[in-house]
Structure formats: C-alpha cells, structure tokens
Write a protein that binds this ligand. Structure first.
Ligand SMILES: C[C@@H](O)[C@H](NC(=O)OP(=O)(O)OC[C@H]1O[C@@H](n2cnc3c(N)ncnc32)[C@H](O)[C@@H]1O)C(=O)O
Ligand SMILES: [Fe+2]
Length: 530
C-alpha cells in the first residue's frame, strides 16, 4: 500500500509517500521562517496555502500518481494552518478517489519511533514545540502519564531566544551556544510526572538581563530542562514497569537531550530509541506511516467527519491499529518481588534495600545529570524528605519513622512499613483514605509532590512514603497538583479509574478545602497547547 501524508499544523508544510511494501518513506517539506518574532498564525497559514500544493505535487510525482489513501494531520495545531492542509488533503482524496485518514499529530510523533524501533509497548516522550508529555498505551488508548503544566518545551526555549533577539527557531541556536557554557543554578520544577517551565524560563531571562554570560545560561537551561524531561521519563518507566522508551518531537533533535535519555536508559537497563532527525521535527513522513497503519486497520473517515481539531489530545484517539496489549498496567512489581521495593533497578531515583525491618534508601548519582545539579537535587531531596516525613506524622498522616539521615551520602534509614504498594491493592475505600490523608497534609501547608499509587504503602494503615519531591506551600494550586498527580497515576494504571478518583475526591472533601477540588477541575480543563 502507498499512502500520501500531508502535514501542516504550524510551521512545516510537508507531504510524504510511505510504501508499506518496501517500508520506504519519501518526504518533501517547505518550512515557514518568520522574519521576526515567533510563529504568526496568519503568516504561517499563508505559507501553507503557498507551499502545500507544491509539496503534494512533488510527492505525487515521486509516487507516479499511484496512491491508495491520503492521510493528514487533523490536530492539534494552529487552526488557520490545519484548515489549509485539511482542505488540500480532502480535495486530493476526492480527486484520486481514495480513502481519507485523519491522524493525530502527537500520536504520529510517537508512533514513528515505535514503528522504527519495533518496540511493543514503550513509554513515549514527546518533546516538541507546542507540547511536552509522556504517553503510555493502556486499554486501547494512549494515556497521558505526565505533561507540561504551562508551555511546550520547544516554545519555552524559543521564547527565551526571542528575549535575546534571536530568530526563530531558537532551539538549535541554544544548543550551539551551550557548547561554550558553564553551569549556573536555575529553578528545577518536577511534580510527579508533570513539570513546568515558566519559572525556569523567567529565571533564565533575568539571569541574562543581570549580566550572566549568554552561553552559560544556554548551557544551564539545557541541563535543567532536559534533566527534568529525563527524570520524568525515568519515573514513567518505573511506574509502568516498561523497559522501552521512544522519543519524538522537534526538540528530540537536540544531541544533549538524546544523550541524557540514552544514559538514563542504559543506567536502568532499558532500551532507548530516537528516530532520525527527519522523522523528529514536523514532517509528513510520520503522518503517512501512521496513516498506512490506520488505513490497514480500516480506520478511515468520511469527508463530513474530517473536521480539524486544534486541541486534539492524544488520549482522545481510539487506537485501532494496535493489538490490545498494554504497558501501563504494571508498576515496579515482579513475581519475585511483589512490592517492587527490593529490586534496586526499578526505583526511579533511589536504591532501596530492606534489612531487618529497616529500609535503607540511597539517592544514587544520576550519570545523565550535570554533577552540580545532581549533587544539589540529591542533597535537597534527602534533607526535605526527612523533615517532611516527620512533619506529616505530626499532621496525623502515617509515615515511616526516620532512624537516621546521612546527607553527604544522600541516604536515609527508615522504618519499613506496609506489605505492598497501593498500586497492587487499590480499592475505593483506600482511595478515600488517601484523599483524607492528603487533605490533612495540605491543612498543615505540606505538599507531597509525588503521591502516585507507588508512593503509598498498604499495611494495617495507609502510609505515605517518598517525600523527596515535597515542599511547604499553602497555595491551592500546589495542593490541587498533588491530587492531579495521584489521579494521573490511577488513570495511567487502573482499568476503571473513575470510581477510584471519585472516592479519593470524596475523602479529600470530607477533611480538606473545597477550593482545592475546584482548582483540580480547572487544572484538568486547562488547555496546555500554548
Ligand atoms: C502541534 C505541532 O504543530 C507542534 N509541532 C512543532 O512544534 O514542531 P516540532 O518540529 O515538533 O518542534 C519544533 C521545535 O523544536 C525545536 N528544536 C528544533 N531543533 C532543536 C534543537 N537542536 N534543540 C532544541 N530544540 C530544537 C524548535 O526550537 C521548535 O521549538 C507540536 O508537535 O507540538
Ligand atoms: Fe510537532
């Protein structure tokens, strides 16, 4: 089968032909380069109007007109651009009298890596311009395991370079400038498997305004942003029990990001795959490849159902082209190690050893992180964890006793609690109790920071463990993020998350502040495609 793909979500007008018989993909692209500032939607759409017919013609010539289906990016992206590319794709399918396939651009960014690597069910990191998220496949859909709480990763970098007066796109220029840079401290913001760039980007702009060397800020920006993405990817591997990671998206062309992800995977014995650059940045090749798989599965659409969707989320796509295998059902547990606690490879950030009822938890150095950043994170998290564990207990939330803190070694000796992870034993009753516990923490202005089902132990009571990402805050947004992180871990792993989340929120409402639940609803509904 030969499928012609059309891509035009934002800056790249592209057409491609994928031939399933040879697995070869021909791509023709024409990029829009803004004269100043970032991407202007109207100018970008004008570029599409100009360039899309041209790239389609070149692709058609390459295929000698022999096409069995037309696939196009239906969303997400900029409305005016999507409309131009969508209209061209519909017209072409009509002229050729072949079926039309509507492809989700984000899913295409990740399926191309899975297709090329021949992985079964990897965790997928998408690092693109307008997005940044982690996906895992479960029960016929991609689930968002974690994502940016503000801007996409490429756009965050591009905004910083606009501040410097550099032309679009900024990512490659930051990579170049970083080669001569040295480390300076910047904010590092990871919340469970979610993360945020806004504080980091303002600090980077301030640093430059206050006279820091641009190359130092570029270097450190990369060290922080990519370490954050690598850390959440590792946490997703740990939570899902997967040992395969694929990368997608334009920022994936960055050598330092790829190096960090490869190093992290090597350190934990996982496999890593990044497609070649022509498949990472926006391109119609990935649309044609996924379009071919969808067409083979009979997943075509009628013209009247082919409207574009600028906010099309990857978890809205019914995945028709894959067997119903799942990655995100498990967690770190194995048959030999039902708690998932004693296998040091599995933990996302610490090696945990259980000896005579005592848990020895050591934050191991992460080779992928800059040594200064690594030392800071390990020290700060060790100190904070010990402090927050005892403050939580005073708030009436069961936590392990801290026997000893060794800051230079980033090691804690803790009481062993519970028999199993909540991930293994999640009931509505327990979800409710956890809701109550989090409300008590928040009442004392304590934030857990990573309350996934793996960080709750079940024994005669429910114990909260792993406060390494915790901090002090009385702000409803931070409290709501805790709830969001827990519900994300349930949605990523449970077959029927809805009743569990409801019970969890009921428990929270019984003890805590309603305003936090309202904020949670707002966070859920927040459009993050900026
Ligand atoms: C919705 C869709 O239009 C959007 N696509 C998109 O943003 O284009 P993409 O090609 O995936 O990514 C472009 C981004 O990738 C960044 N980029 C390109 N090369 C880079 C490099 N070497 N280092 C860092 N960033 C880089 C650019 O600065 C730009 O922000 C998306 O996937 O979010
Ligand atoms: Fe993209």
């Amino acid at each position: 089968m030969r499928v012609l793909g059309v891509e035009g979500t934002a800056w790249c007008a592209s057409a491609a032909v994928h031939d399933t018989a040879t697995d070869e993909t021909f791509i023709e692209s024409d990029a829009y380069e803004p004269e100043s500032g970032g991407i202007h939607p109207r100018e970008a759409a004008e570029h599409m109007g100009d360039a899309i017919p041209r790239v389609i013609e070149t692709a058609l010539d390459h295929a000698d007109g022999e096409i069995d289906a037309v696939a196009f990016s239906q969303g997400p992206g900029l409305g005016p651009c999507l409309r131009v590319a969508g209209t061209a794709a519909r017209a072409l399918a009509g002229t050729l009298d072949v079926p039309l396939v509507g492809v989700n651009h984000m899913v295409a960014h990740l399926e191309i890596g899975r297709h090329e690597a021949d992985f079964d069910s990897p965790v997928c990191l998408n690092a693109s311009g307008a997005n940044a998220h982690l996906l895992g496949f479960h029960d016929g859909r991609y689930r968002v395991l974690g994502e940016t709480m503000d801007t996409g990763v490429g756009n965050a970098i591009d905004k910083f370079t606009r501040h410097l007066g550099w032309s679009h796109p900024g990512g490659p220029k930051v990579e170049e400038a970083a080669k001569d840079g040295e480390y300076v401290d910047l904010p590092y913001v990871v919340k469970g498997m979610d993360f945020s760039f806004s504080g980091l980007m303002s600090a980077a702009k301030d640093a430059v305004d206050e006279g820091a060397a641009v190359e130092d800020v570029c270097f450190s920006l990369q060290e922080h942003i990519f370490a954050m993405l690598t850390e959440v990817s590792e946490r997703a591997l740990s939570l899902t029990g997967s040992d395969e990671l694929v990368l997608g998206g334009g920022v994936g062309q960055n050598d330092r990001l790829r190096e960090m992800l490869a190093e992290m995977c090597e350190q934990r014995g996982a496999e890593f795959y990044a497609p070649e650059p022509r498949f990472l940045r926006d391109n119609a090749g990935m649309i044609a490849v996924l379009g071919a798989e969808m067409a083979a599965a009979g997943d075509t659409i009628e013209i009247e159902d082919s409207a574009i969707d600028p906010d099309f989320r990857p978890d809205e796509v019914p995945v028709t082209w894959r067997e119903n295998e799942s990655v995100a059902v498990g967690h770190g547990a194995t048959a030999d190690d039902p708690s998932g606690l004693t296998d040091p490879r599995r933990g996302a950030e610490a090696v945990v050893d259980v000896q005579d009822g005592v848990v020895v938890k050591r934050r191991i150095p992460k080779a992928y992180r800059h040594p200064d950043l690594d030392a800071n994170l390990r020290r700060d998290r060790t100190v904070l964890e010990a402090r927050l564990l005892s403050e939580a207990r005073k708030a009436g939330v069961p936590t392990p006793l801290v026997h000893d803190v060794d800051v230079p070694e980033a090691t804690l000796r803790l009481q062993h609690v519970g028999d199993t992870d909540l991930a293994d034993a999640l009931t509505t009753e327990r979800a409710r109790t956890l809701g109550e516990h989090l409300a008590r923490l928040h009442g004392r202005e304590l934030v857990h920071g990573d309350p996934t089902t793996k960080n709750v132990r079940v024994g005669d009571r429910l114990f909260l463990i792993d406060f390494g990402l915790g901090y002090h805050s009385g702000h409803p947004e931070d409290h709501a993020m805790d709830l969001h992180v827990f519900e994300g871990s349930v949605e990523g792993t449970a077959a029927e998350p809805a009743p569990l989340c409801r019970a969890f929120e009921d428990g929270y409402a019984a003890v805590g502040d309603e305003a936090v639940l309202e904020r949670l609803a707002e966070i859920r509904g927040r459009g993050r495609y900026q």
